[in-house]
Design a protein around this ligand. Structure first.
Ligand code: NAP
Ligand code: MG
Length: 491
């Protein structure tokens, strides 16, 4: 008798793009003739293959985007918005399929209805509200005004941890402003972006407005900021790659925004509601297996309650269930073998440095874990602020607890890394909450919440090495425009 679990959901064939990328509205193979397998990290099984795109494919895509630009730029903004709203509608109609697809390529359990349609609608609503100014002039026979214009052909490079939201975040804002785009998804999770691009075509967004080139970062990715026709870049990923991208942009004298990593602190005051804080912090660092830029990976706690917090966090981390994406679990595997090795290395580094491994720390044993990149939810106590596990982004379900004596020390430790993406404080004292909101060096501060993402339309981005520029927010579309001052007189 077969032992196949018939309840394992399959990928929706209508959404699966296999062996092609999108250039000029056509689904085409790579110039290289080579393909890269996309693996489900929970099972090691191949889901599909993607073209190994390179500089030639990026060039084709940029030329197509350049040809599509005049008509798209001159399409009235309300009509552009309508096409984006139609795209959002198709995404809603395919919500379950997109969730399945992203779950399988990232290896996470289902998150329910995906957020992409909402993101697009928020952005589409801004498309026809891009406005200029009327300006005073020296003489009455002249008018002065500003126009907000698109940059032209733009580029974006996104990571694998939340490929759907990352894709629409860059694409929707860039094209709403009248730009045309060449985007490269991460080679580990390109299938949701390709499916979203397919729905964008179905929605009637014209050929060449959105071009998706797949492949490796050092090949297809590197060609994007180096292409002479590309006039602005959006990058989300690691600081190391961000720096490479910025160098290429510097050489070409083009602007960019960078959304990089984090080492987000969770400051716990003695008066914090621990019944709310501890489960939320454990979920925060294990959601998407800790592979979230905003994940709260450092607990900075007053020594007076440290023991109680460590015990409570250990209990909460042990409650986190894990397994393949189709089970009702909290946490899936890590994305790939390299990331698995990296997280296990960091756990070793922490142990060697003298941190106390309280719970977790290993790949789980058992048949269902054998073909996936699983690691147990891991808690370290007695972590010193300068240890590598307290300074470097692990991008896994590894939480470090650092004790402090008072608020001043808490602020110094919380701010004492190169990163500044998200920071949280847990306290019932309004005064402390206000002080922490100001003192924490991060693009997003959350009080009594772990991730700080609950605000509709909150601009998102980093302080310090977490990057610069903001996506989302009321300026999402404006960020993809440049300003022209016009002075106008009769002949
Ligand atoms: P990564 O290695 O920097 O990769 C990000 C993207 O850049 C991928 O598409 C990658 O392609 C591409 N890339 C790699 N090398 C390149 C190069 N030389 N030139 C051009 N492109 C290149 O980051 P990751 O490990 O995938 O993602 C995790 C990182 O992203 C973490 O640091 C995380 O915090 C950060 N992140 C930040 C945010 C945010 O909003 N701030 C959100 C999510 C993730 P391939 O992978 O296909 O080679
Ligand atoms: Mg994969």
């Amino acid at each position: 008798m077969s032992t196949v679990n018939t309840s394992i959901p399959t990928v929706d064939e209508n959404l699966l793009v296999d062996r092609t990328q999108l250039i000029d509205g056509e689904w085409v193979g790579p110039s290289s003739g080579e393909f890269i397998p996309v693996i489900n990290p929970a099972t090691g099984k191949e889901l599909a293959a993607i073209p190994r795109g390179g500089a030639d494919d990026v060039d084709n895509a940029a030329q197509a985007a350049h040809r599509a630009l005049p008509a798209w730029r001159d399409t009235n903004a309300t009509a552009r918005a309508s096409l984006l709203f139609k795209w959002a509608e198709l995404i809603d109609q395919n919500g379950a399929g997109l969730d399945q697809l992203e779950s399988q390529e990232v290896g996470r359990p289902s998150w329910g209805p995906p957020p992409m349609a909402g993101l697009i609608r928020f952005i589409a609503g801004q498309a026809d509200k891009v406005q200029g100014l009327s300006l005073p002039t020296y003489t009455p026979d002249e008018l002065g005004l500003t126009l907000r214009e698109p940059f032209g052909v733009v580029g974006a490079i996104i990571p694998w941890n939340a490929p759907g939201p990352m894709f629409v975040n860059e694409v929707a804002a860039a094209i709403a402003a009248g730009n045309t785009i060449v985007i490269k998804p991460a080679e580990d999770a390109p299938l949701t972006p390709l499916a979203l691009a397919k729905l964008a075509m179905e929605a009637g967004i014209p050929p060449g407005v959105i071009n998706v080139v797949t492949g490796y970062g050092a090949e297809a990715g590197a060609a994007i900021p180096n292409h002479p026709k590309i006039r602005r870049i959006g990058f989300t990923g690691s600081p190391t790659t961000g720096s490479i991208i910025m160098e290429a942009c510097a050489k070409n004298l083009i602007p960019l925004h960078l959304e990089l990593g984090g080492k987000s602190p969770q400051v716990i005051f003695p008066d914090a509601n621990l019944d709310a804080a501890l489960p939320a912090i454990a979920r925060g660092i294990t959601m998407n297996t800790g592979q979230i830029c905003a994940a709260g990976s450092r607990v900075v706690v007053f020594n007076s309650i440290k023991e109680q917090v460590v015990e409570g966090l250990a209990r909460e981390m042990q409650k986190v269930t894990y397994g393949p994406w189709y089970e009702q679990v909290h946490m899936g595997p890590l994305i790939n073998a390299r990331q698995h090795e990296r997280v296990l290395d960091y756990i070793e580094v922490g142990t060697q440095a003298g941190a106390q491994l309280v719970t977790g720390g290993r790949p789980p044993s058992g048949e269902k874990f054998e073909s996936g990149f699983f690691v147990e939810p891991t808690l370290f106590a007695d972590v010193a602020p300068d240890m590598r596990i307290a300074q470097e982004e692990i991008f896994g379900p590894v939480l470090s607890v650092i004790g402090v004596d008072d608020e001043q020390e808490a602020i110094e430790v919380a701010n004492g890394t190169d990163y500044g993406l998200v920071a949280s404080a847990w306290t019932q004292d309004v005064g402390a909450a206000v002080r922490m909101s100001r003192a924490l060096e991060a693009g997003q501060v959350a009080i009594n919440k772990p991730l700080g993402a609950g605000v509709i339309g909150g601009p998102f981005g980093g302080y310090k090495s977490s990057g610069f520029g903001r996506t989302m927010g009321a300026d999402a579309v404006l960020n993809w425009t440049q300003i022209k001052t016009v002075s106008l007189t009769g002949a």
